[in-house]
Design a protein around this ligand. Structure first.
Ligand SMILES: [Zn+2]
Length: 368
């Protein structure tokens, strides 16, 4: 089994390997490699992909990883629409679809969602047989087993069970908190990340924790839920029922409060040095700096900032934010880094599908 994992892992990491390449890289005997290649090919995990140029004698056969041996589906239901992404084993979105459907915490709505998912899977053609799971990227806090919504105050869906979908869909399903999903994608797209605190400045902000190159959700799935860190004692009301939470001061929607404006327009005004917008942004960065300072007292590592608002941050904004953190830091000489998230389109939807992709890759290549 160990040899099989190693051979597959090598082919996955080095697209287009010959038996000789594998032999050299893994120090394995030719018969062992041949046997494993035969098994992996019959399991559909690898394919023959042409020949290398001959250096005399027979041309060496090239083996490539079958990126579509398994496909995972990511789903995001928002107040107004649904987004679906089919993701292959490279983490690439191979198909995307959206539908306008106002969210309702009602059986009829979830039934319609299941129909849309089945239609979407059907539209994948022969890949539809390889779908291994549907992961729902949720705005609420997910229960420890990923099977229900423990706190769903934004969409009013506390208590929603994954069974609502599982009993209609033909493949396994799970829930994942949206900021955890974004961090999952972060990690996939930049495997060099070791430890990081991720902050996603979405309309409703969220956070996630990466330790030792893995997303760490914690036993209760509440690691990194900085949106409810108390930033201003007795401050403004938060949707969680408490006062002064970070969500009230650092969410993307705060930048637009009371004005009929998009984030794009907001940041254009900031870049034009318009006084009122510049001021709102300054206050916003101060609040964000305080949240980051507090987070870093518990886990001192790199900070990654992303989300709908974070995607507009320039290098100067990130430097400005870092200065603001250092100004209020207990250890201002800290060698600490704030950087921008990959800010990939549909990052959270793709990231949720990656839960299944990661699990599949761990099972066929052996976990690290
Ligand atoms: Zn709160």
């Amino acid at each position: 089994m160990h040899n099989r994992h190693q051979v597959l892992d090598h082919i996955y990491r080095n697209q287009g390997s010959s038996k000789q390449d594998i032999m050299r890289a893994l120090n394995m005997s030719l018969p062992t490699i041949t046997q494993n290649l035969r098994d992996l090919e019959s399991d559909g995990l690898i394919r023959r992909g042409g020949f290398l140029k001959s250096t005399g004698g027979r041309k060496p056969q090239i083996y490539t990883f079958n990126n579509r041996a398994a496909i995972a589906i990511g789903v995001r239901m928002t107040a107004r629409q649904i987004i679906l992404c089919a993701v292959d084993l490279r983490g690439t979105c191979i198909k995307r679809a959206t539908g306008r459907l106002p969210y309702r915490h009602a059986h009829a709505y979830y039934h319609r969602i299941c129909q849309l998912i089945e239609q979407f899977i059907g539209s994948l053609g022969e890949d539809s047989e390889h779908v291994i799971g549907v992961a729902f990227c949720m705005q609420g806090i997910v229960s420890a087993d990923g099977r229900s919504i423990a706190f769903g105050d934004i969409l009013g869906n506390t208590g929603l069970s994954v069974d609502e979908f599982a009993r209609e869909l033909t493949v396994p399903c799970t829930f994942i908190h949206d900021s955890d999903a974004s961090a999952m994608a972060e990690l996939w797209m930049d495997p060099s990340i070791s430890d990081a605190l991720c902050i996603y400045l979405e309309p409703y902000m969220g956070g996630a924790v990466i330790i030792d190159g893995r997303l760490r959700q914690g036993g209760t799935m509440k690691n990194g839920t900085i949106e409810h860190m108390t930033l201003v004692p007795d401050g403004d009301d938060c949707y969680c029922g408490q006062k002064g939470c970070a969500d009230v001061y650092c969410s993307a929607r705060v930048l637009l409060e009371h004005r009929d404006e998009t984030l794009d327009e907001f940041f254009n005004q900031v870049r034009d040095d318009e006084y009122a917008h510049r001021r709102i942004f300054g206050v916003y960065l101060d609040h964000l700096a305080l949240a980051i300072k507090n987070m870093c007292t518990v886990l001192n590592c790199d900070v990654i900032v992303g989300g709908k608002a974070g995607q507009f941050f320039t290098t100067d904004d990130i430097a400005d934010l870092r200065d603001r953190v250092l100004r209020i830091s207990a250890f201002p000489d800290d060698d600490f880094t704030i950087r921008k998230s990959v800010c990939h389109p549909d990052q959270d939807v793709i990231g949720s599908a990656l839960i299944y992709v990661r699990e599949f890759m761990d099972s066929v290549c052996g976990a690290d």
